[in-house]
Design a protein around this ligand. Structure first.
Ligand code: CAO
Length: 441
């Protein structure tokens, strides 16, 4: 009967009752020197116990969930001929000093927030003692604690990863490549039209804010979560450019105020938004590429003119849609926007009232601002941002005149709309707002 060695937990510092979080081998496995046997996790660090000698695992004495400490037996190993020389020279059941074997790299990883006390330079090496018994073989994953921890954090199954390091060791790069590959497969399966973009971004920074002062964690509303995902995709996927223009709305505003005075008793209020909608529908007709969506390699040009408007609600941003704006008058548009904005604020908008939009207007003019870069509401190709009108001195050739100026900020998808066309579109809208009679032409 061949001689067995008892592999023990080496010096792990002052820790007692350290939980076993992974057992990397099983009876019958052929293992090599330095191969990870188990991973222990103290409150400060994750530590791998590497094999001090090569051989075949005969019996495992620890399991996941056990608590252990220095000197506890991990497993019984039948040393292979070459690697076992040093161990075989030792008498049965007698511990071999860790330092007597090949030196092993420290294999610890501090957890975030780990305090000042350093963990002992790793599990330098498992202690070995000899016993007796018999043999078989198999292969297992080979990775450092930090790489195992990294894989665990990403939810990656380390046993499925192929190592490219020395002796097939799994490196952090291998884990990244594995996760990247999985994500890319998932994306391809999820959407054949996604374009296959791979960002290869760094993980989001994790900060324990409470370390710096009091905090309150407030869950995002359902609407915010949905719009966050949409906005992030649109921001990343669309090569967008924002073009700025000033519209002189002095006459338009005077006209609007006079109409509102006339219609006061009927309870009808015309807002600038209604005029902007009407002007946009006229501009979309003149510039069909703005009334379009990019689908694979073709542009879908729409022959209807439905326009969405961003509505600020207590639960987040919603975009109600006015249908067939080109066929409606400003009064009707104003009434519909006010009804839909109320439904949005009351959380009563129906899904169909938010669908089918060709172009979106985001007006923060009632609040303020001098310009901003709105994010396109995909699959649309442009969005018009509107900021607060204000009197500005405008040179008329002889003198400065006080004119009411509305800042327009239009973001366009550069894959469909180039800078010249975008600027023409903006200038045309400004022209319509400058003399609203032009919308009838
Ligand atoms: N410049 C100056 N004043 C403006 C203006 C502008 N561009 N646009 C509107 N106003 C004024 C209105 O005239 C009104 O004043 P009076 O009550 O004296 O007439 C006041 O601001 C409030 O207007 P309103 O908000 O009632 O009406 P609206 O049609 O301008 O806007 C709506 C409706 C739904 C767009 C708006 O309530 C809203 O939610 N805006 C925010 C949109 C938003 O969040 N966009 C950002 C999206 S990206 O995060």
């Amino acid at each position: 009967m061949s001689q067995l060695v008892e592999i023990k937990v080496p010096d792990i510092g002052d820790y007692q009752d350290v939980p076993v979080i992974e057992v990397h081998v099983q009876p019958g496995d052929q293992i090599e020197v330095d191969q990870s046997l188990v991973t222990l996790e103290s409150d400060k660090a994750t530590m791998d116990v590497p094999a001090p000698v090569a051989g075949i695992v005969r019996e495992i004495k620890l399991k996941v969930g056990d608590s252990t400490a220095e000197g506890a037996t991990i497993l019984l190993l039948e040393p292979s001929a070459v690697a076992s020389v040093a161990a075989a020279k030792q008498p049965s059941h007698q511990a071999v000093s860790a330092g007597a074997e090949k030196q092993v790299q420290p294999a610890t990883e501090s957890t975030p927030n780990s305090s000042t006390k350093p963990v002992q330079p790793a599990l330098a090496q498992a202690k070995v003692a000899s016993v007796s018994t018999a043999t078989t073989t198999s292969q297992i994953s080979h990775a450092s604690p930090s790489v195992r921890k990294f894989a665990r954090e990403l939810g990656a199954d380390i046993t499925q990863i192929t190592g490219t390091g020395p002796k097939g060791r799994i490196l952090q790069l291998d884990v990244q490549a594995y996760v990247k590959n999985l994500m890319s497969q998932t994306r391809q399966a999820a959407s054949s039209t996604s374009g296959g973009a791979e960002l290869n971004l760094l993980p989001w920074p994790k900060v324990d804010f409470a370390k710096f002062g009091p905090i309150e964690a407030r869950p995002l509303s359902r609407i915010k979560k949905i719009s966050a995902a949409n906005l992030a995709r649109n921001w990343v996927m669309i090569p967008a450019v924002t073009y700025h223009e000033n519209a002189d709305v002095t006459e338009l505003e005077a006209f609007r105020l006079s109409l509102n005075k006339e219609n006061e008793k009927m309870g009808i209020k015309l807002t600038l938004l209604a005029f902007l909608m009407k002007a946009s529908a006229v501009a979309l007709k003149k510039f069909p590429e703005f009334n379009a969506s990019l689908e694979d390699d073709q542009l879908i040009l729409k022959q209807y003119f439905h326009i969405g408007f961003a509505a600020d609600t207590p639960n987040g941003l919603l975009v109600p849609v006015i249908r067939d704006v080109d066929q409606k008058g400003v009064v009707e548009i104003a009434q519909e926007t006010s009804q839909l904005a109320k439904l949005a604020r009351d959380g009563k908008l129906k899904p169909e009232q938010m669908q089918g939009s060709c172009f979106t207007i985001s007006s923060v003019g009632g609040i303020g601002g001098t310009g901003f870069a709105p994010i396109i509401n995909a699959p649309e190709v442009a969005i018009l941002g509107v900021s607060k009108t204000a009197y500005q001195p405008v040179w008329d050739g002889k003198q400065f005149q006080p004119r009411l100026i509305m800042p327009l900020s239009m973001t366009a998808d550069h894959r469909v709309i180039d800078g010249a066309m975008a600027t023409r579109f903006n200038a045309f809208i400004a022209q319509l707002l400058g003399d609203f009679r032009r919308t009838m032409l």
